[in-house]
Write a protein that binds this ligand. Sequence first.
Ligand code: 5GP
Length: 204
Amino acid sequence: MSQGTLFIVSAPSGAGKTTLVRELIESLDGIQVSVSHTTRARRRGEVNGVNYHFVETAEFEAMIARGEFFEHARVFDNYYGTSRPAVEAMLNAGQDVILEIDWQGARQVRSQMADAVSIFILPPSRDELERRLASRGTDEHATIARRMRDAVSEMSHYDEYDYLVINDDFTTALRELQSLVISRRLSLARVREAHGSLLAALLS
Ligand code: 5GP
């Protein structure tokens, strides 16, 4: 069985990453999202083990000490991390895996796995980003301004990624993400691994 590909997907809050990734994995077979661990409080509607594994800080730090994270970072005052054994098991089973992580985690993954594919999702304009951030809960000016600063800080790392997808029209952005996954599956290395006997037979 051929190894799956690891996809890193990053974006500022408000770019539509979570919805795009959800639709992406629903629309294709053989691809899963890694469920991260976090110390942040659970938001309304979030389910433990589905959106995140919600853990206490002490437990998270014990996992760091035991080397259980593939990558981990502090984002907005909370810890977030990707379980190494969980990701390795999915890749070894031939599944493609998506990590929805920030730029700090993306750097750590790239340094360990050179063939990981990294994708950054951008909003279509600054005005649209501001509008999307403003529509999330409180409309307090200072809160929106802080969210914008955080978003600009995340976006400043766009040039560390292999691919950029601009989420203006949702359907177009989804098709672009699907194309990236499918084109990777057609790469020489993956096809050669998956269809070695066909290639041997064709050349015999
Ligand atoms: P949120 O708390 O809004 O779900 O996520 C906040 C930020 O943490 C987002 O930028 C998200 O990509 C990032 N994040 C979520 N899980 C992980 C993870 O496992 N590792 C890293 N490095 N960042 C993560």
